[in-house]
Design a protein around this ligand. Sequence first.
Ligand code: SF4
Ligand code: SF4
Length: 100
Amino acid sequence: MTLKSNKDIPIGGLIDEAGSSKKFKTGDWRSFRPIWDKEKCIQCMMCLPLCPEDCIPSEGSGKDIKRKETDLEYCKGCGICMNVCPVKCIKMEEESKFTK
Ligand code: SF4
Ligand code: SF4
C-alpha cells in the first residue's frame, strides 16, 4: 500500500469509502501473538465481542456457536482476549519467535 500525503487525506480525516478498514492489515505491527489452547477453551464467547479488531471468528449459532482460530492478518496483539478469558486458555507470546 502506498502512503498518502496529508494533501490526499479528506478534510477532517473523513472516511469516504465504506468498509475500507479491511484494507488495513492491523496484524502487520503486532509484537505479541495470542496463542489459543482450544482444548482448554470452554467456548464462553467472552473474547469475541471484546476484541477491538473483531478478528476472532466463530461458526454456528445459539448454543452451538464455537470460536475459531484468530485471524492474524488483523490481530494487533493487544492482549484483551487473554485478559478476559475466564479459563486462561490464551497466552501472549512474542511475535519475533514466529517470524525468525
Ligand atoms: S490480541 Fe487483541 S486484537 Fe488480537 S485477538 Fe486478542 S483481543 Fe483481538
Ligand atoms: S474467552 Fe477463553 S474460554 Fe471463552 S471463548 Fe474465548 S478463548 Fe474460549
